[in-house]
Design a protein around this ligand. Structure first.
Ligand SMILES: [Zn+2]
Length: 373
């Protein structure tokens, strides 16, 4: 089937929800519209003038980028600067640009998990928690014949998901409901002034806190009663933690220098920087954070990492890391290029699952601004 940008984005945002993004991160639609049909998607790490040219040459109509192209506000829309001219070119050629940044970094099986897998760590956990999704339990009393419809409405509104692999979870218990409608009531069952007693079921579902109002609205819209009886309570045992970076154990522990060489090969970089007091120290536990993760290094230490891999490490932070006994490997920010292959794979899977009539490709350009002598 032919699709619009919205089809792709809806599927993507179920995988990497926008609420996971860091505050102020300009993710999402950057140029164009999601409502036009698309036939060719190009995945890229960066949207640079040369990437836009590549898209035009390949008749791409949708660019899916990791780094938002308008990260800082533009001062003008003059086409006399190459950086701005690229926006003119995008608009002239009707190319939509959408960016998934920290929501892709943070989501489960996203950027940071791809990087962790690439360097060979297992039993990974989150390095820096950014968000904890807490849940409520909703219990609603409903006549048995209406229970299925109400359950359906609750789960369609987002209730009843436990973990990533179980949806439409609910529990039902049968009991006796009692009520007396008083003057002014318009009861679905029973008469004003008479006590009613009937069989009802209690349907229970979990609801993420952020969806509770939507789910209650769905309940009220579907429930047959004038005044549906329901309870909402806080549950303590269920929450989903999300965050940046991953920490885990090396499948094959090795001396630091050897591991640094491995990282260099895995990410295919021509050189990398490292910080260590002991090149021969055995590396067993590794933290990794895509992008510029120097500011989170204390979390790598707290999680007992022997080595922290991240990009853009700043000189004085490097001194602090060394003084704190943390070994660091900085292979640059460009290792996030891994997202091109991974997103292309993901979109190709969705294409065959959903029978999308669309072509998917990755930018063939290297957008690393640095070269090394
Ligand atoms: Zn980045």
């Amino acid at each position: 089937m032919s699709i619009t940008g919205r089809h792709l984005v809806q599927k993507f945002e179920a995988f990497a929800p926008t609420y996971l993004a860091e505050q102020g991160d300009p993710i999402g639609l950057a140029v164009g519209t999601l409502d036009r049909p698309i036939s060719k998607i190009m995945v890229t790490l960066d949207v640079r003038p040369e990437v836009v040219q590549e898209a035009i040459e390949n008749q791409v109509d949708f660019i899916f980028a990791h780094h938002p192209p308008i990260f800082r506000p533009l001062k003008n829309l003059s086409s006399d600067t190459p950086q701005n001219k690229m926006f003119h070119d995008l608009i002239k050629h009707d190319i939509t640009v959408y960016a998934a940044h920290t929501n892709l970094d943070i989501t489960e099986n996203g950027m940071n998990d791809w990087l962790a897998e690439a360097v060979g760590i297992e039993n990974t956990e989150i390095m820096t928690e950014t968000q904890r999704v807490c849940y409520k339990k909703l219990a609603v009393m409903v006549p048995p014949e209406n229970a299925a419809e109400v359950r359906e409405a609750l789960t369609a509104a987002g209730a009843g998901q436990i973990g990533t692999n179980y949806v439409k979870c609910s529990y039902t218990l049968e009991g006796t409901g009692r009520f007396t409608p008083v003057k002014g009531a318009d009861p679905t069952i029973g008469e004003v002034g008479e006590e009613e007693q009937l069989t009802e079921v209690k349907v229970e579902v979990v609801v993420p806190n952020r969806l509770i109002d939507t789910v209650i609205q769905a309940l009220v819209n579907t429930h047959p009663y004038e005044e549906p009886a329901f309870d909402v309570y806080t549950i303590e045992n269920l929450h989903d933690n999300y965050g940046l970076g991953r920490v885990g154990n090396l499948i094959e522990p090795m001396p630091f220098k050897e591991f640094a060489q491995k990282v260099k090969n895995v990410f295919n970089v021509s050189s990398l920087r490292y910080i260590t007091a002991d090149e021969n120290k055995l590396v067993e536990r590794v933290a990794i954070c895509g992008g510029d993760g120097g500011k989170f290094y204390s979390d790598a230490l707290k999680k007992q990492a022997d080595v922290y891999i991240t990009g853009d490490v700043y000189y004085h932070v490097g001194h602090d890391m060394l003084a704190d006994g943390l070994s660091v490997i900085d292979p640059g920010h460009h290792i996030e290029e891994i997202c091109k292959t991974k997103l292309e794979e993901l979109f190709t899977d969705w294409k065959s699952e959903e029978n999308w009539d669309v072509e998917i490709l990755s930018s063939a350009l290297n957008t690393d601004p640095y070269q090394f002598l």
